[in-house]
Ligand binder design. Sequence first.
Ligand code: F6P
Length: 355
Amino acid sequence: MKFGILTSGGDCAGLNAVIRAIGLYLLRNVKNAELVGIPDGYGGLIRGESFPLKKEDIEDILPLGGTVLGTSRQPFKKMTVSEEGGTRLSRMVANYKKMGLDCLFTLGGAGTHKTAALLSMEGCNVIGVPKTIDNDIYGTDVTFGFRTAVEVVTDAIDRISTTAASHGRVMLVEVMGNKAGWLTLHAGIAAGAHVILIPEIPFSLDAVCGAVSARLAAGEKTTMIAVAEGALLASEAKFKKDERVFVRTALGESTVTRHLAEVIGERTGAETRYSVLGYLQRGGTPCAYDRLLCSRLGGYAAKLAAEGRFGVTAAVSGGDITFNALSDIAGKYKFVDPAGGDVQFARGIGVCFGE
Ligand code: F6P
């Protein structure tokens, strides 16, 4: 049997660990298994490119950051648009057949899973593995890469907290997460942030400045504020995403963090600074939890392939590894529940969500 693997969308720690686990399982357990890597995510499949993956290519890559296959973003909405040579979808299906694949593993986030579901509907044997630092894939308790990013962001906030304390400053730390605030919420709680702002809970400037002023009045000069890049003002919540982006672009802002730092400074008199953590959240070696999770998810996905179970994606449910049908999860997201346990707990210990 011939198996293809691709990694698609924004990278994260653990992609190589999953590639390794899939490959080692198949090479060991499936007779005459042949493994190929497809470069640059769906981009490579659209172009019809692949290269052989041997045991020696994958056995030592477990701790490596990034992806040895390369990745790219291929917008879902462009998949079915007619172009020269057919739609991207039709080219991928044709190349899947031309390569002689019996199964394609797609390691990716919500967008990757949407395209994987399309490929599956077109008759390709696809198995997904849920990746993203955003942890926003529907149907799985956790995605690989998330825990590593939580560690990185927690460490960053810890470090910024010590300089904030030295200077008696209000510090804003911008964390990745455009649609979902899981990373900001978990790292914010883990690092003891005083204010946590996430897309699921639109915030008011009055509430955030009020929290900072209250701390100043209590003699606490330092306030740590964790801001998800997709956090939005309650006044922006009524706009659609495109309209919000348009207004922010006109103001020269892509996120709300710098604006918020300025307003806090003006209104409270506190000295404010902000840091945008950016891509360091996606790079580097996976933490031990992710290495274990990636090995389990990869091995499980490979076992599904060996059993001929396709059109699915591996998932974590209550500590067990399981799977969901791609058709059940494609196009859906998992958001932080503002009334859920994590938020309630944080509120209970005094964290302000800007409401
Ligand atoms: O992959 C998820 C993510 O890291 C988001 O948190 C972030 O908004 C986005 O990717 C950044 O994407 P890009 O790599 O295209 O700049």
